[in-house]
Write a protein that binds this ligand. Structure first.
Ligand SMILES: C[S@@+](CC[C@H](N)C(=O)[O-])C[C@H]1O[C@@H](n2cnc3c(N)ncnc32)[C@H](O)[C@@H]1O
Length: 198
């Protein structure tokens, strides 16, 4: 995944993702945790005065992340940690950023409980995720592809109802749904926005 990720995502980044990332991250302040930071697609979009911890459990992804020029330049700290076990005290962060990650964790509810724990009570979870299609035909098609896709794409699920999972985890969600243009069609349905502790 790490070897091809940036190439695989390039068209979608140019068509929509980079703009969405920029919008979502523009108003962040203080101390931020980026979970499943991958190869660092969010790095260029963080405001200059935030301090960011980049948590990434995959050694290959983390290797790429650690050599990014922005990271070498210091206000970013890279750590090896999965979302399910974040090595931080309760209420430590002003914001948690989670982009294109909840599709591939084993247990999204558990991941969100841990994110909620490390967020300040007035903090925000900024999210961007691909999700199950609303259209029944497309949803059925995602379901048929999913077993194969999970095997080749790092356990990435196609039919998750992540908006519902966020609400069930105790967040109030301000969400926008839009097609991820130029991505492969089965990951296009997406949601993004901000979730706050209820
Ligand atoms: C599709 S990539 C997204 C990377 C980046 N967040 C982005 O927006 O481009 C998914 C990332 O989630 C990470 N990941 C998968 N399971 C995870 C877990 N349980 N905890 C934290 N990160 C995880 C993967 O290693 C990978 O880097």
């Amino acid at each position: 995944m790490a070897a091809i990720y940036d190439w695989f995502m390039r068209d979608a980044e140019q068509a929509c993702l980079a703009g969405w990332r920029a919008e979502l991250l523009a108003d962040l302040r203080g101390e931020v945790l980026d979970v499943g930071a991958g190869t660092g697609a969010n790095l260029a979009h963080y405001p200059a005065d935030v301090r960011v911890v980049l948590a990434e459990p995959d050694p290959h992804m983390r290797g790429k992340l650690a050599t990014r020029p922005e990271v070498v330049a210091s206000r970013f700290t890279v750590i090896d940690a999965p979302i399910e076990r974040l090595p931080f005290a309760d209420a430590r962060f002003d914001a948690v950023v989670c982009t294109l990650v909840l599709c591939s964790v084993e247990d999204p509810a558990r991941a969100l409980a841990e994110i909620r724990r490390v967020l300040r009570p007035d903090g925000q979870l900024v999210f961007l995720e691909h999700v199950a299609a609303h259209d029944h035909g497309r949803r059925a098609w995602q379901g048929r592809i999913e077993p194969f896709w999970r095997r080749i794409a790092g356990n990435c699920h196609l039919t998750r109802e992540t908006g519902e999972t966020l609400r069930a985890a105790g967040f109030v969600v301000d969400e926008r749904r839009e097609s991820m243009r130029k991505a492969v069609p089965w990951v296009r349905p997406s949601i993004r926005g901000v979730a706050r502790r209820a």
